[in-house]
Design a protein around this ligand. Structure first.
Ligand SMILES: C[S@@+](CC[C@H](N)C(=O)[O-])C[C@H]1O[C@@H](n2cnc3c(N)ncnc32)[C@H](O)[C@@H]1O
Length: 225
């Protein structure tokens, strides 16, 4: 599909805190296209909510979003004062273009967009600056890619031992587990209950997300023995 045949719509989200006394409204462009990285997945709204609630921690931190697609979490982090780098597969130029478009719509011209394919030791991965937080929403959706995602995360947290990987996933099958892979790549994880960051509600950030959604949030860090 070329760019001229794409149908774009802008979707708005409003993140609020303390009963609405602080809020952030932004729009991201969605492309009506079957490619995964072209529309906002429910996981993105939950991870963006986590970034919004943790915004005071993110100020001046360097954040890398993996498999960013429409990039809602990364855009929220950038709007909250983080130095954000957005990435998606180097083999999916239309997804990378959509990352750029989300920055343009939100007046974030200085956010770099890079091609970073999971599991590959590419020049882009090797030349990353020090990273504090990695974001990844709905990157655990194809079991055959789970290890590649964790290889990339493991590489980054070895270089940046304090770095955390904040990730949301949708429970699509009870058989899927990343436990053995976490162990293999010297990583550990904790689950973050949705109610601790106000994500267990209907219409989160003005989205169509129902309150009883199956999105989960976890934080993955380096396992030190
Ligand atoms: C399910 S979508 C999630 C998109 C976005 N994070 C969201 O939640 O709205 C998965 C994303 O991973 C990207 N992706 C798929 N395979 C990849 C790979 N091997 N390396 C890097 N990114 C990849 C896709 O292009 C897509 O943007």
């Amino acid at each position: 599909m070329n760019e001229s045949s794409q149908t774009l719509i802008e979707k708005s989200f409003t993140f609020e805190d303390c009963g609405g006394c602080q809020s952030l409204t932004l729009s991201v462009p969605e492309v009506l296209d079957p490619q995964y990285g072209m529309y906002v997945w429910p996981c993105a709204v939950v991870l963006a909510q986590y970034a919004w609630m943790a915004r005071s921690e993110l100020q001046h931190k360097t954040i890398l979003e993996l498999g960013a697609g429409v990039s809602l979490p990364g855009v929220v982090a950038a709007k909250c004062g983080a130095r954000v780098i957005l990435s998606d597969s180097a083999e999916l130029p239309l997804c990378l273009r959509n990352c750029r478009r989300s920055c343009d719509v939100n007046h974030l011209p200085n956010v770099p967009v890079i091609g970073l394919t999971w599991g590959q030791a590419s020049p882009e991965l090797l030349s990353l600056p020090p990273v504090d937080v990695i974001l990844g929403s709905d990157v655990f959706y194809e079991p055959e890619d789970f290890e590649d995602v964790l290889v990339t995360v493991s590489f980054i947290v070895r270089r940046n031992p304090h770095a955390q990987f904040w990730t949301t996933y949708q429970e699509r099958s009870a058989d899927w587990s990343i436990d053995a892979l976490l162990h293999k790549w010297d990583l550990k994880c904790i689950n973050v209950p949705l109610e601790t960051f106000d994500a267990n509600k209907n219409h989160l950030a003005g989205s169509t997300l129902p309150g009883n959604h199956t999105v989960q949030m976890m934080i993955i860090t380096r396992q030190v023995f």
